[in-house]
Write a protein that binds this ligand. Structure first.
Ligand code: SAM
Ligand code: ZN
Ligand code: ZN
Length: 807
């Protein structure tokens, strides 16, 4: 079907206010186990931000009935369409990126996996003879001359900022260090002995340092697969990649021209020897890279942008330069034969596997310690200093198998939903009012991800490009500031409001590190006519890794905002907060009392969730607030006065490979000291320190004395646990807060003028909390005419007491 009106006519149920009885409340479920559902379907094709279809499905099932129409105008890879299909609903998907249209189309038109498998066998027969010679090597383990290169490890060559000598990033034992998992910050120049960081040095080129061998004869495994390049390997490498060059940047501006100039030698002696021999043999003075045999996107220059700036340092200004020459050749061969597949559906699926693989065979594939498959960092064009230049054919085979697995799942669970997919801007929906039963939107989050800059690597091969002017984003290279982003989002929300049937819901996914962005979202949603009745929920993002889970910089969760198109036009207006900082402190405090030991990002999400529907969210500095009012132990935060508890066994289901999360050393120390004090009650300080030094022997980064004073009561040289009463007093956040406000006022840092009665209250407060000096100071600035005379007299009396007590 190629007409949207037809689609709606065929599947839609016209809205009639007389007979419409839709009355569904918000979906009130937090989803913490999204990872569990990231099986075959999710893994078919990567994207920068991606929802889990099984999770979207739960929302669709809550808000709609089978046969209803769901809309997602920010479709990305089309997960909403997949979810709708699985749930037996119909979906309309829109996107501006042709890459997404290509991905979403393939996701929502599953084919028989057997046909694809067969097609791959045939394709393989054609491409293998042309690609294999690029990967030939001799097995160092058994001597088999017909072994294959699994990958080549490439290291940056940097220029010493002091003496200009070329320095191998992974040279000088650093590669061995990296393989042991050790980190280093400085690189030492073997020539002048200067020490410098990577950021201080210019990039010159990459150089191969090691090969990993796949040998069918001896099946060598693990670290034993590694070998240094022998003469033949160097010869093959040079004949494909060309001789060594250096990057020259011309002009002042970082965007001006880059060129590559031949240099005489590699850093590797054998490499240089082979190169010199080849030069003589062919009587040339430079060996150029091997020609690319078929079409590839030669002319697609990166636009100026945030992410496209990242590879500039390496002289990369064209999208094809994101691949080693060897892989570019392999890709051109594959693409050529894929184009020759007659059956359109099979050809499409093959192209789908190709784009799905593309970033994984690019220079963005890092070498990562403890992870054989160091995947690219998502959402960037970052190229690391040590790269795994993998074998395209092998990765494509792997990718095809992933697609096959996904197809099998799709076909097993497929309901009878239909999907209509079109290229459009969410700000301009080309269909009638009151036609849609539910919308699931996952729009770009401000400046978070530069979709069009990243998607261009795919779009170059598809030879179709995003209309950048339509992109909703905050990006200065596109001349779009936050204000313009807000206006475009408003236009998009007005459109979805228009097409939704009254009383229906829009679920919007959002995630942003700057709280004021939520204020913008609140405002424009209300401006568009929506009521936010559902409150905020969260979905734990699916691609969270173990490291992110335990580190403070853990990836944020997605927040889920449920908006309703009200039937009667009645709207809930959200008030301005009187004191946003105080609100944030309150919410954080309640959260940490209930769930001690949360990370900064978990707290941030909770704060946004709790405040979103009740007040207008303004800018606040969560880090400042945490630092001033709460306690940090390792990566976790606790309310003041609470005892630290051991982490409960909240291990996720189905993740058998996960180790139990170890406690942070600092936390472990506190836990042991608590146990010690529980047993011996009141202990001289020196004894506690003795216990720590001699018995615990746990190294911590922090000062032991600070740790003790934050967690225990020190009284006349003795330490004990706080009593319940003391704990409560320590937990009285309002007291902390008032103390801080007072201090700010007295230092002239408070950005508002307190009223007379307020100052009087503070004087009382100071007296009560034995802040006599401050009480007296406050009285000094109290304007007698600003309050009734009896109040003044009372304040004066208290100030008098403060003066006496102060001494
Ligand atoms: C967060 S992603 C969506 C990801 C999707 N939920 C998934 O699971 O794959 C946001 C998408 O909005 C698209 N986009 C940006 N501006 C748009 C516009 N004006 N109209 C439609 N889509 C747009 C971007 O290309 C990007 O793919
Ligand atoms: Zn030097
Ligand atoms: Zn072998």
């Amino acid at each position: 079907m190629n007409d949207i009106a037809e689609f709606i006519k065929k599947y839609g149920k016209p809205y009639d206010p007389e007979t419409d009885h839709y009355d569904v409340g918000p979906f009130k479920k937090n989803i913490d186990d999204a990872q569990k559902s990231t099986g075959g379907i999710y893994g078919m094709h990567m994207y920068w931000v991606k929802q889990v279809p099984q999770v979207v499905k739960q929302h669709i099932e809550h808000y709609t009935r089978p046969g209803d129409i769901v809309l997602d105008a920010f479709a990305g890879t089309g997960m909403t369409g997949v979810a709708a299909m699985l749930a037996g609903r119909h979906a309309i998907l829109g996107e501006i990126s042709p890459a997404c249209i290509h991905i979403a189309k393939n996701y929502t038109t599953p084919i028989d996996p057997h046909l694809l498998k067969g097609s791959w066998w045939k394709l393989r027969e054609k491409v293998e003879p042309e690609i294999r010679p690029l990967c030939k090597t001799r097995c160092h383990n058994c001597g088999n001359t017909d072994a294959e290169i699994a990958n080549i490890i490439l290291s940056d060559v940097l220029r010493c900022p002091r003496c200009n000598a070329e320095v191998l990033y992974a040279g000088d034992g650093r590669w061995e260090q990296m393989k042991r998992g050790e980190k280093f910050k400085k690189i030492r120049c073997p020539n002048c002995k200067a020490e410098f960081t990577k950021a201080q040095a210019d990039f010159v080129r990459v150089e191969p340092i090691e090969i990993r061998v796949d040998c069918k004869a001896c099946k060598v495994k693990g670290e034993a697969k590694a070998k240094s390049l022998d003469e033949e390997d160097w010869e093959l490498y040079i004949s494909i990649e060309g001789g060594p060059t250096k990057v020259i940047h011309e002009g002042e501006d970082e965007w001006s021209e880059y060129k590559f100039e031949p240099v005489e030698r590699f850093l590797d002696d054998l490499g240089t020897k082979v190169y010199q021999k080849m030069l003589q043999h062919w009587s040339v003075d430079y060996i150029p890279p091997k020609e690319v045999p078929y079409w590839y996107p030669k002319d697609v220059k990166f636009p100026k942008g945030y992410n496209t700036r990242q590879p500039l340092k390496r002289g990369i200004t064209y999208s094809y330069q994101m691949f080693s020459h060897r892989n570019l050749i392999a890709l051109s061969i594959l693409w050529h034969y894929i184009k020759g597949i007659e059956d359109e559906k099979l050809r499409d699926k093959m192209r789908f596997a190709f784009t799905g693989m593309l970033f994984y065979v690019s220079l963005m594939r890092r070498w990562v310690y403890s992870n054989v498959a160091g995947v690219p960092l998502k959402g960037t064009l970052f190229i690391a200093s040590v790269i795994q230049d993998v074998n395209t054919l092998e990765i494509f085979d792997f990718k095809i198998n992933q697609v096959l697995r996904g197809l099998r799942e799709l076909l097993t669970f497929k309901g009878n939903g239909s999907v209509f997919l079109q290229k459009l801007s969410a700000t301009n929906l080309n269909f009638e009012n009151n036609t849609i039963d539910y919308a699931f939107y996952d729009p770009p989050y401000g400046a978070n991800i530069n979709y069009s800059e990243l998607n261009i690597v795919w779009e170059a091969w598809l030879n179709e490009f995003t209309m950048v002017k339509d992109e909703i984003i905050e990006n200065k290279y596109q001349g779009k500031n936050r204000n313009i982003y807000g206006q475009m989002m408003l236009a998009a929300l007005r459109e979805v409001y228009r097409v939704l049937k009254p009383g229906r819901w829009l679920t919007m996914i959002y995630s942003y590190s700057d709280p004021s962005m939520y204020r913008i979202i609140q405002n424009i949603a209300h401006e568009a006519g929506f009521a936010d009745e559902g409150g905020l929920l969260h979905i734990n993002s699916a691609s969270k890794t173990f490291a992110q889970e335990t580190s403070d910089k853990s990836q944020q969760r997605f927040l889920v905002i449920n908006f309703k198109k009200p039937k009667g036009g009645r709207k809930k207006v959200v008030e301005k907060s009187e004191d946003i900082e105080y609100d944030v402190i309150q919410v954080t405090h309640e959260f940490l009392k209930k769930y001690p030991g949360r990370t900064r990002d978990q707290i941030y999400d909770e704060v946004i969730k709790r405040l979103f529907s009740s007040v207008q969210i303004e800018k606040f500095d969560l880090d400042e607030i945490l630092k001033n009012f709460f306690r940090k132990v390792g990566n976790e935060w606790f309310a003041p006065g609470t005892l630290i508890e051991r982490r409960k066994g909240d291990q996720k289901q189905g993740a058998l490979w996960e180790e139990p999360i170890p406690e942070h050393p600092e936390k472990e120390v506190i836990l042991r000291l608590q146990d010690f004090l529980r047993e011996y009650r009141i202990v001289p300080y020196s004894e506690l320190r003795e216990f720590y030094l001699r018995k615990l022997k746990i190294a911590i980064d922090r000062d032991f004395d600070d740790l003790v004073s934050e967690n225990f009561i020190i009284d006349k040289g003795k330490v004990r646990l706080p009593t319940v009463e003391e704990q409560l007093r320590m937990q009285d956040i309002t007291v902390h807060y008032t103390k801080r406000i007072l201090a700010q006022f007295l230092d002239g840092r408070l950005n508002r003028a307190p009223t007379g009665p307020e100052i009087c209250e503070w004087i009382h407060f100071c007296y009560k909390h034995e802040l006599y000096r401050e009480g007296l100071q406050l009285f000094g600035v109290l304007d007698e005419s600003s309050i009734p005379s009896d109040a003044y007299k009372r304040a004066k009396k208290i100030a008098e007491v403060c003066r006496i007590k102060k001494k």
